[in-house]
Design a protein around this ligand. Structure first.
Ligand SMILES: Cc1cc2nc3c(=O)[nH]c(=O)nc-3n(C[C@H](O)[C@H](O)[C@H](O)COP(=O)(O)O)c2cc1C
Length: 234
C-alpha cells in the first residue's frame, strides 16, 4: 500500500461542537461532509475518545463551523490537539448558541450548520454521526474555506492520532536517521520548528538543548501546543 495515496483525498477543516448541560466543547475535524440534500444531512466521523463525541451521543445535537484559510493556528491547536477534559475551550473563543442549544464557533468561521442526530454508526475507533441540518448561516462571503490540503501543504501541519485520516509516521517511507538529539522537531499544530542549535531562549531553553532534554511542561512558543505534539523531522 502506498500510504501517500490517502493524501490525495480532499477535505475541509471544521470545528464540530456540542454541549452537555452547561458544558460546551468542540474539536477540529477534517471529516465532515454533506450526504443528502432532501433533507439536508451532514456526516461527521468522531473518535470515541473525544469528549465532544460523548456530548453528541447524549445531546443528539451538534454544530459544524467551516473554518477560513486564515484560521489562527492557536485556535486549531486548542480545538484539535487538546481535550475539553483539561480545559474550557470556549472560555476565550467567540461563539454563539444555536436554536438547539449547541455552541457554534464563529471565530475564524465562514459558515455554520446546526444539526440533530438522525443516525449513528459504530466504526470501531470512531462513531459516524448523521445529522439533519436544522439551521445554518453564512458569516463571511469574502474569505476562502481552509482545505485539509492547504493545512498540510502551506501550514505544514498534520492530523493527530484521533483523526480518521491520521497516518503513523513510522509507516511513512523514511530513510534511516541518526539519533534524535541533534534533530529538529516540528510542531504538528502550527509547523513551528524547534532547532537544538537555536533553542528557545525566550521560553528558557538555551541553544544546544536537545529536544529530548526540554522539560515536559515546555510549550510551542508560537501556538502553545504541548511537547508531545512535536514530531522529529527526517
Ligand atoms: C487537522 C485535524 C483534523 C482532525 N480531524 C478529526 C476528525 O475528523 N475526527 C476526530 O474525531 N478527530 C479529529 N481530529 C482530532 C481532534 O480534534 C482532537 O482529538 C481533539 O483534541 C478532541 O477534542 P475533545 O476531546 O475536547 O473533543 C483532528 C485534529 C486536527 C488537528
Amino acid at each position: 500500500m502506498n500510504i501517500e495515496s490517502f493524501f490525495r483525498f480532499t477535505y475541509g477543516i471544521y470545528i464540530v461542537s456540542s454541549s452537555d448541560r452547561s458544558s460546551k466543547n468542540g474539536y477540529v475535524s477534517n471529516t465532515v461532509f454533506q450526504v443528502t440534500s432532501e433533507p439536508p444531512q451532514l456526516a461527521v466521523s468522531c473518535h470515541k475518545n473525544n469528549l465532544t463525541t460523548d456530548f453528541i451521543r447524549k445531546s443528539r445535537k451538534f454544530s459544524v463551523s467551516v473554518m477560513n484559510q486564515n484560521t489562527d493556528s492557536a485556535l486549531i491547536a486548542l480545538f484539535g490537539y487538546r481535550s475539553g477534559r483539561d480545559e474550557n475551550k470556549f472560555a476565550a473563543t467567540r461563539h454563539i448558541s444555536g436554536k438547539t442549544g449547541s455552541p457554534i464557533v464563529t471565530q475564524d468561521a465562514l459558515a455554520w450548520f446546526e444539526c440533530e442526530v438522525e443516525n449513528e454508526f459504530d466504526l470501531g475507533s470512531h462513531i459516524l454521526f448523521i445529522g439533519k441540518v436544522v439551521d445554518c448561516d453564512l458569516l463571511d462571503e469574502t474569505n476562502k474555506p481552509m482545505t485539509y490540503a492547504w493545512y498540510r501543504e502551506v501550514k505544514k501541519a498534520l492530523s493527530p492520532k484521533n483523526s480518521p485520516t491520521y497516518i503513523d509516521p513510522a509507516k511513512k517511507k523514511k530513510e534511516s536517521s541518526p539519533a534524535n538529539s541533534t534533530k529538529r522537531h516540528q510542531c504538528l499544530a502550527c509547523s513551528f520548528i524547534y532547532d537544538p542549535a537555536v533553542g528557545d531562549p525566550e521560553g528558557g531553553i538555551p541553544p544546544g538543548t536537545a529536544f529530548e532534554d526540554i522539560p515536559d511542561d515546555w510549550v510551542c512558543p508560537v501556538c502553545g501546543a504541548t511537547k508531545d505534539m512535536f514530531e522529529v523531522m527526517v
